[in-house]
Design a protein around this ligand. Sequence first.
Ligand SMILES: [Zn+2]
Length: 472
Amino acid sequence: MSILKFAALAFASIIAAPSVVEAQIRITNVSVLDVENGEFLPNRTVMIVDGMIAAVAPSDEEPPGADAQLIDGTGKFLIPGLIDMHVHTDRSALPLFLEHGVTTVRDMGTHFAPLEAGSGGQLQLRSDVARGIVAGPELFLSLRILDGIERDRWLMHFAHADTPEEGAALVDQVADAGGDFIKIYTDLDPDVFHAIATRARARNLPMVGHVPGRVGYAQAAEMDLATAEHLRGFFIDASSEEDRWRDMYELAALSGDASQTYALANGRLLEIAATYDHEKAAALFSLLRDNEVGIVPTLVVLDDPRWRYPSAQPDPALVARLSEIYSNIVTPSDDPRGPFATVTDGLAAHLRQRQLVGDMHRAGVAILVGTDASNPFVLPGISLHEELAQLVRAGLTNAEVLRAATITNARYLDADNRIGSIAVGKEADLVLLRNNPLVDIAATRDIDAVLFDGEVVQFESDGAQGGQSAPQ
Ligand SMILES: [Zn+2]
């Protein structure tokens, strides 16, 4: 949290005093989303004082506020700032999140920006955003990605641990550097995983990430995995032939070639899913629910548009605003089949994963909203809206999807006391929409204004600010 926010928080306690008041914004006559109950409260006035929500009241009872900047909310819909639980960002991507109403992101380890403070480093980015030097969402950082296999493809933030001691030391390194959580990855050795989980608990950092294929969901849940990404490996756990797949996974991991585990868990997903055992799956759902493991399906990264439209390309206007390295990564270069035998298999695997998300949700498992922005076709900001639509197709209602992307995500960041809903005393991270997203979830894309820390964000397309519209 920034110095700015600490100051604002201290200030909140004296908002009731009549003489206070510097930066005030009043949004009048607006419909305000109550995310917990999934309904809009009509004709409200939202008062923002020094970056915080100071009042939410029926417009005919609005509190006096003489010098406030007025925003006419007539016919518009106000929702909390959106939260993306799974991104990889660099400096160039930050404004795109904000412009699309994404006011908080959890950075899961950025392969292309140095860890160290200094120009471009993630710690530097976090503090620059917090101090208003750069326009971007609030950042939560993993800094490193802890895995058991050396990877040559995504060098920057991968750190590999061969022994429990090395695993614990990496946790200390992230904790000492100022990381917000520990991100684990696909091919950790089970003993190293245990050491990491134990050390993370001792350092009071949540552990999140890919469920290691040699560990599985049940053990990961029992060792306090807070969130699990991409549904990775779930079909192996739920298979009636789990032991066989697990042995194959073990062999693939021991080969030291990460592409082999990917080719198994992802590439053979349909084959593995053909041995799906509904009772085993139901037991796993209960375990995930009872241990409060949040699932971040990132359906948008599991769905390659070229499976349907072979010539699909990401939006060139958005790509052009990204750094060279980021734009290269979001632009697809690999074979669209990925690890699948055919493009049809790829699409079928995606649809099967989407179905799994609906089943998990109906079983009471917390579904969170994240995108894996930076992957091919997964552009910062806009992809969050694509994920919302994916989750509606998976079977969540519009209200459930909006709740997930705001207060539930905030809860899993342990930040729901200050973000995630429109309530007095919370930070004024807000998105003003022209249409009702409870009627059509695509309405979240039709943005009239974004407020971050109580300041109206100036969009690059507005021209005036040349893109660096730093909220102060
Ligand atoms: Zn990722």
